[in-house]
Design a binder for this molecule. Structure first.
Ligand SMILES: [Mg+2]
Ligand SMILES: [Zn+2]
Length: 182
């Protein structure tokens, strides 16, 4: 089974420093849903791992998060794309949970759910905390420059050898690039 793990805000949809608190605020980055569709067509399952501390902070509630994800799934379906599952951490940073990235809990949960090792699995994010657990678990981190990506790149300290791409669509183009025969 082929799997790709995506961060949500700043990778699939535009990010906001004020959090994505409503379905109306969830707006896809151009080309991202079509990129997910291309992955699906190439037999990749696509799952999301996202920190949503806005829940823990009381900025929005679970029904609202579900409504945001309904919108995301419907927008995907319109583009011929499918997100297999959304893993989220609702906790705040000071809760010291194991699931909030950069902790590896969500990625471990994904590995358990799909009964696979994450070795070589692409993990695509716009923040350092998306990429650190990926590198730790032997997955392949990719940084995109959408969302907080430019700030992340400027801050440095990425896991060694992390490739940097303009956006999700360009990572996917690279992942699906035919291997030349020689
Ligand atoms: Mg993000
Ligand atoms: Zn958590």
């Amino acid at each position: 089974m082929k799997l790709v793990i995506l961060d949500r805000d700043g990778v699939i949809n535009h990010d906001s420093d004020q959090f994505i608190k409503s379905p109306a605020e969830w707006q896809p980055i151009p080309g991202s849903l079509e990129a997910i569709a291309r992955l699906n067509q190439a037999d990749y399952r696509v799952v999301v791992a996202t920190n949503q501390s806005g829940i823990g902070r009381g900025l929005f509630d679970m029904p609202t998060l579900n409504a945001i994800h309904d919108k995301m799934h419907k927008a995907c379906a319109m583009a011929g794309a499918r997100i297999d599952a959304v893993f989220f951490c609702p906790h705040t940073a000071d809760s010291r949970c194991h699931c909030r990235k950069p902790n590896p809990g969500m990625l471990e949960e994904i590995a358990a759910r799909y009964n696979l090792k994450l070795t070589g699995v692409p993990v695509i994010g716009d923040s350092l905390r998306d990429l650190q657990p990926a590198a730790e678990l032997g997955a392949r981190p990719y940084l995109v420059l959408t969302g907080k990506g430019r700030k992340t790149q400027a801050a440095g300290g990425l896991p060694e050898g992390t490739p940097v791409f303009a956006d999700l669509a360009s990572v996917v183009a690279e992942l699906l690039r035919p291997v030349p025969l020689d």
